[in-house]
Design a protein around this ligand. Structure first.
Ligand SMILES: [Zn+2]
Length: 799
């Protein structure tokens, strides 16, 4: 934390912000702000952030405005300053993001803020430990609806006025405007005046069909989560309404703005959502709603404690989607999709303690880079282990003490541990040292003493977990709760049996089964009754492959045997994703066709099997990977093919050398997702001309971040190692150029577009050297440098 920020937090109290925003011009938007606050040291001076403003005035005169700051000198005990400015719209999702819907030409404006972005929208004291109340009014085109953090007070002509909000941090400020279609209702809530709160779901006008299709389920999940949280959390729901918006141009999955949560608009899927997508949306709804308490009501003091927001929300997201919203297998999805991202992140050099040390967060870009899978996935898993270790009741009591003690304020790790400590006799500080202040993960190793299994922990933490015993055909015989620390645990009663540690996936540690157990597991994986245990075992197989203990071919062979009989859609889809990721990163070019053929054939089996829960996910994989052009063309000719499946087939056909289906598909689907899919398909065409064109587009600096993503996804085709080879080093040089001209968000997507495709070891080494040389110059912007360092670590694992 910067000293000047620490000083400012001490200096200022009782901040209130009155805002009027004018969104009627398409060139720029107008801001009028009246900010009042008290100062603890009259005579001192301070500053407001405002990034990119023009015509900036302070109290009616030209403002002392430089380097994104308005100087405020000689403060009184009470102060009121009035700032006006013209501000630019943006298209990269960092600020007042304007999007034009290609389907109908309608314009949408969304204040996508966070971290240090709110200063690109309004003048503010832009740090998390200075909270302000807000009075907002917005003038907008007359056919728009405007939503903001506060509940709507009323509309007069084209001006929307919102109720005064409770205090919250600047990074949580938002408003969204456009011709939204809406589904609204009054949610029962006893403490509210009248006994209900206004709730709503909103989407772009062109997504009306999808919103109506999913409205009942979206409402059901929302209500179930809300009723759950307002029962288990002691502080009342802090805000006057709860609006959820599928907002265009958002760079993240979702964002927890108080009373006005936004989700990326792709989450309202055009085609039939797959089970994994449905579960993701349910967990994300629960995640963002948890933030109303964790993050919004009680906020981290500074960014090193972002885990206090994100680890909790991530944990609650999976937990509450299950216990409240009926997605009872959410943890199965976590085991095979979410947790693996945590292990992968924890293996890289960039890993960091879940609760980072203050002096490591040198600037906002570093803090931004730490919103990673250590903070989300590993933090989530560590809290799940904490809850399992403490027991649910004490865990919840500690959480409630924390929320009550710091409501509308800020807190840090020490404050959280004080609350937890008051709720349990167990040593939570030692637990925090071991789990929150360290890096890396433990390995649970099974060996045999004679035929007695012995469980050993390689690493440094204590674990409470379930160990299960099976017969050789993987029929469950027994399970027991085990506390595993420094001392090995002999499992006498499981002598001669197959054993699986962490069968309930309660802890964050990888598993190395003994040889006999592994032989039985690989022979009988699909016979394991618990889907959660199967998911954990599939991850173990993927992990063994990524650790080069087994080959990609062995993993594919395992899938050939045991994924075909898999009936659980989350396990099926999750494993399919992992298989594709592993093949892309670890396979040699000459092996790819064989691997893809097996994966596509497993998908084909599931599609033809007719199980409606498996079909949507399997169809997408089949359409994207099949090498059978005639089959794909025939599929496109059928009625009622899901739009996402259609685009996958069009992209695959383009990749196989037949781009003729792109234009007709574009004509039939003018949606945002259709626009992105067409970009992907064109970038996949296997000719030098098409690649040159896609490259010029990619590095031209004109693409929005989602468009950049879309082109990047198509560019590095599975079987195109030779064709794209000239672009491997250009990715580094051109990417660096573009990264230096762009902001955080673009740095992130350039990093995501890293060439991940099967390459020979020599070519991988070349790519490695080019990236390392660029990093050595010290000129790579922080966010991109983080992505590239991570990509290098991942590449090194394959060499
Ligand atoms: Zn979150």
């Amino acid at each position: 934390m910067l000293p000047e920020a620490r000083e400012r937090a001490v200096l200022l109290t009782d901040v209130h912000t009155e805002l009027h925003l004018d969104l009627t011009s398409t060139e720029s938007f107008g801001v009028e702000a009246t900010i009042s606050f008290r100062c603890t040291q009259p005579g001192a001076s301070t500053f407001l952030e405002l990034n990119g403003g023009t015509d900036v005035t302070l109290d009616g005169a030209p403002a002392p405005y430089a380097d994104g700051r308005i100087a405020l000198a000689d403060l009184g005990e009470t102060n009121q300053v009035r700032v006006t400015a013209r501000m630019p719209y943006v298209t990269d999702g960092d600020g007042m993001t304007v999007t034009t819907d290609p389907a109908d030409g309608e314009r949408y404006v969304c204040a996508h803020t966070s971290m240090d972005i709110t200063q690109k929208v309004i003048p503010c004291f832009d740090q998390p430990d200075i909270k302000s109340t807000f009075d907002v009014s917005v003038t907008a085109p007359s056919h728009w609806t405007v939503l903001a953090n506060g509940a709507l007070r009323g509309r007069e002509g084209d001006t929307w006025t919102f109720e005064t909000t409770p205090p919250f941090s600047s990074y949580l400020f938002t408003l969204v405007g456009g011709p939204w279609v809406s589904v609204t209702w009054d949610e029962p809530y006893a403490p509210a005046p009248g006994g209900t709160l206004p709730f709503g779901w909103h989407a772009r006008a062109s997504q009306e069909r999808e919103l109506r299709r999913d409205a009942d389920e979206l409402k059901r999940i929302t209500s179930a989560c809300f009723q759950h949280y307002t029962t288990v959390f002691e502080p009342e729901y802090p805000y006057a309404d709860y609006q959820q918006v599928f907002a265009p141009g958002l760079n993240w999955g979702a964002m927890e703005f108080p009373g006005c949560v936004v989700f990326r608009d792709q989450a309202l899927t055009q085609g039939t959502p797959t089970e994994l997508e449905r579960e993701w949306l349910a967990s994300t709804i629960a995640h963002e709603m948890a933030h109303m308490w964790f993050g919004d009501l009680v906020t981290m003091k500074w960014w090193e404690d972002s885990w206090l927001n994100e680890s909790f929300a991530d944990f609650m997201g999976y937990d509450v989607a299950g216990v409240a919203a009926g997605y009872t297998d959410a943890w199965t999805s976590a085991a095979i999709t979410r947790k693996p991202t945590g292990y992968r992140a924890d293996r890289r050099r960039s890993t960091h303690p879940i609760a980072e040390e203050t002096d490591k967060i040198v600037d906002v870009d570093t803090a931004f880079a730490n919103f990673d899978m250590i903070t989300y996935a590993k933090g989530n898993a560590a809290l799940a282990q904490l809850g399992h270790w403490l027991g649910e009741e004490d865990f919840l009591a500690g959480v409630n003490k924390h929320l009550t003690a710091h409501a509308f304020g800020n807190a840090d790790l020490a404050a959280f541990l004080d609350s937890l400590d008051a709720a349990t006799d167990l040593d939570v500080r030692a637990w925090a040292e071991a789990w929150l202040r360290s890096t890396g993960f433990d390995t649970l190793v099974v060996t045999r003493d004679g035929d007695v299994p012995v469980l050993t922990r390689e690493g440094s933490r204590s674990h409470r977990l379930t160990v299960s015993a099976y017969d050789t055909s993987m029929r469950l015989l027994d399970s027991r709760d085990v506390l595993l620390g420094d001392e090995p645990v002999r499992l006498e009663e499981y002598a001669g049996k197959v054993v699986v540690p962490n069968s309930g996936d309660e802890t964050f540690a990888v598993v190395r089964p003994d040889e006999e157990s592994w032989a039985a597991i690989t022979a009988g994986l699909s016979s394991v009754e618990s889907q959660l245990t199967r998911a954990m075992l599939w991850w173990t197989a993927v992990d063994l492959c990524e650790s080069r203990v087994i080959g990609v071919d062995e993993l594919i062979a395992l899938a050939d045997r045991h994924l075909r009989p898999e009936t659980h859609p989350l396990v099926f889809e999750g494993v399919m994703r992992n298989l594709q990721g592993v093949s892309r990163r670890y396979a040699e070019p000459h092996e790819v066709a064989g691997h893809l053929a097996v994966i596509a054939d497993i998908a084909r089996g599931a599609v033809e099997g007719g199980d409606p829960a498996l079909a949507p996910g399997a169809s997408r994989v089949l359409a994207r990977l099949s090498a059978d052009s005639a089959f794909l063309v025939d599929w496109l000719g059928q009625d009622d093919v899901d739009q996402t499946v259609r685009w996958n087939a069009v992209t695959r056909l383009a990749e196989l050398g037949d781009p003729s289906h792109i234009e007709p598909e574009e004509a039939r689907d003018k949606s945002v997702s259709g626009h992105h899919a067409a970009l992907t398909a064109r970038a996949a065409i296997p000719t030098a001309e098409a690649k040159a064109e896609a490259w010029a587009q990619l590095m031209g600096g004109e693409l929005g971040s989602h468009e950049f993503d879309a082109v990047g996804v198509g560019f590095w085709g599975w079987e195109q190692a030779d064709l794209v080879r000239p672009y491997l080093t250009r990715y580094v040089t051109d990417g660096l150029d573009l990264g230096r001209r762009s902001g955080q968000a673009m740095g992130d997507v350039i990093g995501d577009a890293f060439p991940r495709l099967p390459l020979t070891p020599d070519v991988r080494r070349e790519l490695r050297e080019a990236v390392a040389a660029a990093l050595d110059t010290g000129e790579v912007p922080t966010v991109l440098a983080r992505a590239w360092n991570d990509a290098l670590d991942d590449l090194d694992r394959t060499l």
